[in-house]
Design a protein around this ligand. Structure first.
Ligand code: DQA
Length: 147
């Protein structure tokens, strides 16, 4: 059974109450529960981790292969726009990953238009709210099946 790790970066623990006009009303737990149901239907084992700390996300990326993870779905939050360290972690482990964002980062402030992860991701999905995660998972599953 394929194993996918879902990583969520800083402030995503506040989903549901955080800027709902931008990020919606669903909590992170709601989002992960729905994603887990989609994963189970696709025969994929899902694990999820959220942290507000850059090093904890990096440690999860480092540990992923050893933990039997086949691919990573990540919403890096604001670390997308700042973290060369997270980029280097993905380059180091060579695991396929999809970057997702709830909001369309390209129609927001200019500082959100660049991500340090996008060019090394298998793909990027932005702007569809929680559906971004579902679409990202679907893309990863198809990739894993095709390999
Ligand atoms: C976000 C977009 C980022 O710019 C922001 O810092 C977030 C959330 C999104 O999912 O739309 O924390 O990653």
């Amino acid at each position: 059974m394929a194993r996918v790790l879902v990583l969520n970066g800083p402030n995503l623990n506040l989903l549901g109450s955080r800027e709902p006009a931008i990020y919606g009303h669903a909590s992170l737990d709601d989002l992960i529960a729905r994603l887990a149901a989609t994963a189970a239907a696709a025969g994929v084992e899902l694990s999820a981790f959220q942290s507000n700390a850059e090093h904890e996300l990096i440690n999860q990326v480092h540990a992923a292969k050893g933990n039997g993870i086949d691919a990573i779905l990540i919403n890096p939050g604001a670390y997308s726009h700042s973290s060369i360290a997270l980029r280097d972690a993905f380059l180091a482990v060579e695991l396929p990953f999809v970057e997702v964002h709830l909001s369309n980062i390209y129609n927001r402030e200019p500082f959100r238009h660049h991500s340090y992860l996008s060019d090394i991701a298998a793909g990027v999905i932005v702007g569809f709210g929680p559906l971004s995660y579902e679409l990202g998972l679907e893309a990863l599953v198809r990739r894993l099946v095709a390999r």
